[in-house]
Design a protein around this ligand. Structure first.
Ligand SMILES: O=C(O)CCC(=O)C(=O)O
Ligand SMILES: [Mn+2]
Length: 211
């Protein structure tokens, strides 16, 4: 079958998008590698690095306050604020480049995203620990569109309840798009671990629906 000819993914990226559907229980997980072609991804990396209002927040774990080991920023519909660990996060309004990314990834997501959390991992010392993104305001089955630019970092997932299932590691490359849906956020935790390797920065964007 002449599949691909009228596939919008192939139009966007001159035929180079590679689609990987993960066959995992309790999750709908699809990886679109090279969703953004190299030139577009390079431009977006540079623009987002320079123009994002990066901040470093405090997090309190077991009564001790630490600096978050990465820089973050919230953008999105300004009517949708989000409360995280008791702190109300007011999003910055969408920039043109964030709107462009949002519209492109929505063609595969089947939802309209209202908000995006940007993370900047400056080097191998920056990370995000095991967690799920299943807060109530993300809906019953949260759909999360995750776009990465810059250094490839391993995105690790593990089932929260089934110890018989192995941890899965997905390298998120420059210009890739990982779509997480179904009940995944209830059943699977994810993290981006630290590494001692000398590596370049990475920007990750997780687009979310806030009800
Ligand atoms: O950097 C990533 O790939 C994941 C980020 C993440 O899980 C989050 O911000 O909730
Ligand atoms: Mn997450």
């Amino acid at each position: 079958m002449a599949q691909g000819l009228f596939d919008d993914t192939n139009l966007f990226s001159a035929g180079e998008t590679n689609i990987v559907r993960y066959n995992l229980p309790d999750a709908e997980l699809t990886l679109y590698e090279h969703f953004f072609d190299k030139e577009t991804a390079d431009d977006l990396y540079t623009t987002l690095l320079a123009n994002t209002k990066w901040q470093q927040d405090n997090i309190t774990i077991y009564g001790k306050t630490h600096l978050t080991p990465r820089l973050t920023a919230w953008y999105g519909d300004t009517s949708k604020s989000y409360t995280f660990s008791g702190t109300k996060m007011e999003p910055h309004p969408w920039s043109p480049e964030l709107l462009m990314i949002k519209e492109r990834i929505e063609t595969k997501a089947g939802v309209h995203f209202t908000s995006v959390l940007l993370n900047l991992y400056r080097d191998g010392n920056d990370s995000v620990g095991w967690h799920r993104d299943n807060e109530k305001e993300f809906g019953a089955n949260p759909v999360i569109g995750s776009v990465s630019f810059g250094e490839t970092r391993p995105f690790q997932i593990k089932h929260k309840f089934r110890k018989d299932l192995k941890k899965v590691e997905i390298p998120l490359t420059h210009g890739s798009y990982l779509l997480m849906a179904g009940p995944m956020q209830h059943f699977w935790e994810h993290q981006v671990p630290k590494t001692a390797k000398q590596i370049a920065p990475r920007i990750n964007l997780t687009f979310r629906v806030i009800l």
